[in-house]
Every structure is written in C-alpha cells, then in structure tokens.
Ligand binder design. Structure first.
Ligand SMILES: O=C(O)CCC(=O)C(=O)O
Ligand SMILES: [Mn+2]
Length: 236
C-alpha cells in the first residue's frame, strides 16, 4: 500500500509543487486574505492593521498634512461639509462651487504629496493583483462630523476597487444598495479596520452616520481619520 501509493505520491508531489510553486494565480487564490465580515457585499477586515502600523500611518499622514493641510470643502450648492479633507497621490478629490472632481493640486496650488508606503501596504496585501492607487482621500471627522449617503463615482473607471482605512475613534458606517434609498445596514468601523468596496459593492450608497468620541486614543486630540485609496485616473 505504502509503496504503491509512494510511486503515485511522487508524481502528485511534483504536480502539487507546480500548482503552488509556479502558478501565480493559484498561489494568490490559495494565500488570499479573507474578510472578517461582508456587509451588502462590502468586505470588512476587522483589526487588519496592528497598533504599530496604525501609529506609523498616522505619523506619515501628519507629514502629508504639513504639506497639504486639511480644508473644509463646500458643495456646488454652497453647503459646507462637516468633514475636513485633503489628499495624497497624483490626483486628489475636491468639492467646491464648481462641483465634485479630482484635481492634481491642493487648493493652495501645490501638488498633492505622494501616498506614503505605509498607506499603500494594506492595498498591496489585500489587492495584490490590482494596479497601485493614484489617489488617497484623507477625511478627518471631529466629534459631530458625518458623511451623508453617497456613491463614489468621480473616478475615471468605476470598476476598480476602493479601499478604506479607519484610524482613531469608532464610526458607524452605513451601506445600502446601488440605487438610492431602501433598506441599509450598518457596521462599526474601529481603528485599524480596513473596508473594501468592489464588484457589486463598488457603487453602493454609503456614508458615516456618526463617530463615537473617546473610543480610541490613537489620535492625540481624538476624532477619526479615514483614508480611501482609489484609482481615480485612467489606467491603460
Ligand atoms: O469615512 C469613511 O469611512 C467613508 C468615507 C467615504 O465614503 C468617502 O470619502 O467617500
Ligand atoms: Mn465614499
């Protein structure tokens, strides 16, 4: 029995070596990171970033903010948003009286700083086969700030995923359907959680109902930072 299967085992061992040693697609599938929970198709990776990685990202984002300070955007209708924003990368999202769009420069006229490597790390680990993002929108929520239900649809190609990193105080994230209105579901996003919206969830309406002050001591003065990595421009 042993020797009979030994001969066969020798052959299948080499097949297995080929499958897991040489076939990149199978290796990626075999090793892919699985979400903790899915909500309306969006993937939530709870506790994905260790406290050390979170601290490194915050330090790197503080350096970005020194070059590209947070600002309070207004909508085309003239309503001031409660979140303050800025960006890193080749393109940054802005909103003003002319509407929503991506721009190569901060409103001060300087180019957005590059996206720090520490921020790219979760993208590379969760989405290894996807080209690198060219935009990182940085949202800062002080207590009381929120973000209304919306779709992310200002990017040139809406098929690419969006990956969002939560840092600091907890937030109640709400997600509905691709059509406006109807039932929604919510999940609490805590510091270090990563959320990915792709495939059927890519165009789902979503928003931040509220943040929960005092739930994290990552940020010296409290509040919540959210980083969304996007492929905003055209990719060949
Ligand atoms: O703060 C969040 O978790 C969501 C942010 C968001 O949806 C956006 O910036 O488009
Ligand atoms: Mn969004």
């Amino acid at each position: 029995m042993r020797s009979a299967s030994g001969g066969k085992a020798g052959k299948s061992d080499s097949v297995r070596k080929h499958e897991f040693g040489c076939n990149t697609i199978q290796r990626q599938q075999h090793m892919s990171i699985q979400p903790t929970v899915r909500i309306r198709g969006a993937e939530v990776y709870k506790g994905f970033l260790s406290p050390e990685r979170q601290q490194k990202i915050v330090a790197d984002i503080r350096a970005v903010l020194r070059k590209a300070p947070l600002f309070s955007p207004v909508t085309a209708g003239g309503r001031r948003m409660s979140v303050r924003i800025t960006s890193a990368g080749a393109l940054g999202w802005i909103s003003d009286r002319k509407g929503y769009r991506y721009e190569p420069c901060h409103p001060s006229g300087t180019l957005w700083p590059p996206i720090p490597e520490s921020v790219l790390d979760p993208w590379c680990r969760i989405l290894p086969a996807t080209p690198l993002p060219d935009s990182c929108l940085i949202n800062f929520y002080a207590p009381g700030a929120r973000m209304g239900m919306h779709q992310d649809r200002d990017e040139a190609d809406l098929r690419w995923p969006i990956l969002s990193v939560s840092l600091g105080d907890d937030a109640v994230f709400r997600i509905g359907r691709v059509q406006r209105g109807g039932a929604t579901q919510s999940v609490v996003l805590s510091s270090g959680d990563v959320l990915v919206m792709r495939d059927e969830a890519r165009l789902a309406y979503h928003g931040i109902e509220r943040i929960c002050p005092g739930t994290s001591c990552l940020l010296r003065n409290g509040g919540r930072l959210n980083l969304t990595l996007r492929i905003a421009g055209n990719r060949a």
